[in-house]
Design a protein around this ligand. Sequence first.
Ligand SMILES: [Fe+2]
Ligand SMILES: [Fe+2]
Length: 378
Amino acid sequence: MMKILVFGGSFDPVHKGHIAVLKKALQVVKPDVAHVVPAYHSPFKDKSPTPFKLRMQMAKAAFSPLGDNIVFDDYELKCGGKTYSYQLVEYLLKRYKNAEIYLLVGTDCLNDLHKWKNAPYIFQNATVVGGRRRGFSEHKADFKHIFLPGSFPKMSSTRARAHILASGTIPEDKVPPAVGEVILKNDLYGLEVHRWLKTHLKPNRYLHSVNVAELCAILSDIYDVPIEKAVQAGILHDAGKGFSGEELIKFCKTHKIKVPFFDDICHFEPHLLHSYISAWIAKKEFGVKDKEVLDAIKEHTLGSLEMTPLSKMLFVADISSKDRKYKDAFVIRTLAAQDLDKALLYAANRKLWFTIDSQKWLCPLGIELWNHLVKCAN
Ligand SMILES: [Fe+2]
Ligand SMILES: [Fe+2]
C-alpha cells in the first residue's frame, strides 16, 4: 500500500515550526508521497488575508528542500470554499486507491482533534501524526496515531505576522530566508505600512512608533488582547504626526473629521488633532476596519471614559515606550506590566503635569479622563 502523508495549514506565513514538524514526519513515516495543502479558507478563521497564491509560494519556498516527493496541492483552492480535514482524507483516498493516509497535524491541535468536523471519519481512515506538547494527555489519543519524537519549536504564524507589522523586519529566528524573500518581494504583513511611515514621519517618530508597537505586543500577552490588534494600533497611532499644526487643521476640515472641542484645540493645541487623523489614515489608507483599534488610536492622547484594555495599553505604551527618556517612563512601563489601570492613572497624571508645567492649555477631555480615573480608583 502507498503511504500518503498530508500536511494542511494556512501557512500564513510558513514558519520554522512547520518545517521542523514536516521534516520529522517525513523521516518517521517515510511516505511515498507527501501532499502539502495550503488552506483556502481555514475552518478556524473567518478569512485569510493573504492571497492563496502567495501562501502557496511560501509553502513551496519552505518545503521544497525537504524532498522531491512533495506535491504542492491546490485542492482547497479548487474546492473554492471552506474545507475540513476529513474532506482532505476523503479526497486522497479517492485519488490514491489502496493507500494509507497519514494526517500531519500541528502540535497544538492534538488536544482538540475530537472536536474536528466528522472526527470519527478521520480516525477510521487515517493515522494522525503530530508532535506532542506538554499537557497533552496520552489517554485522549484513542485513535491511530504516531507521536513524533523530540520537541518542536513553539511558534505561530500570528506571532510572526505581528513581529513583521510591529518592526518592519522579518523575524529570522522564526521565518526561513526563502519565505522571508516572498514576504519582502510582495510587501506582506504590513511592510507597506512601514514604508509609508518612513516617508511621512521623521526618523525619531518612526522609531517611537515601532517601540510603541513592540511594547503593545508585550502588554497584549499580559492583558489577553489579540496581538495583531495591539500591534496595529501601536504602529499606526502617530501616522498623522508628520503634519504641521496648520496642516492638521486643514486635514480635519477637508476630510470632515469630527473632533470634540475642535475650535479650542485648533486655537491652543492643534497637535492634539494628530490622533484623530492617525485613525483616519489607518482606516482610509490601510483599510483598518476594527473599531477597537481605530478608537484606541483616536484616544491615545486624551483618553476617553470608555477605554478598552487595548486603548489603555496604547495610551500607556505611548507615554512610556523605551525611546521616552524622562525618568517616570521606566516607572510607568514597569507598572504597566503589573497593573494596567494603575499605570493609566500614573500616565494620565504625568501628562497633565507636563501640560501644566509648560503652561499650556488643558483640553477638557484630559481633565474629564483624570476625574473619571480617580473615581474608578476610589
Ligand atoms: Fe501621538
Ligand atoms: Fe506616540
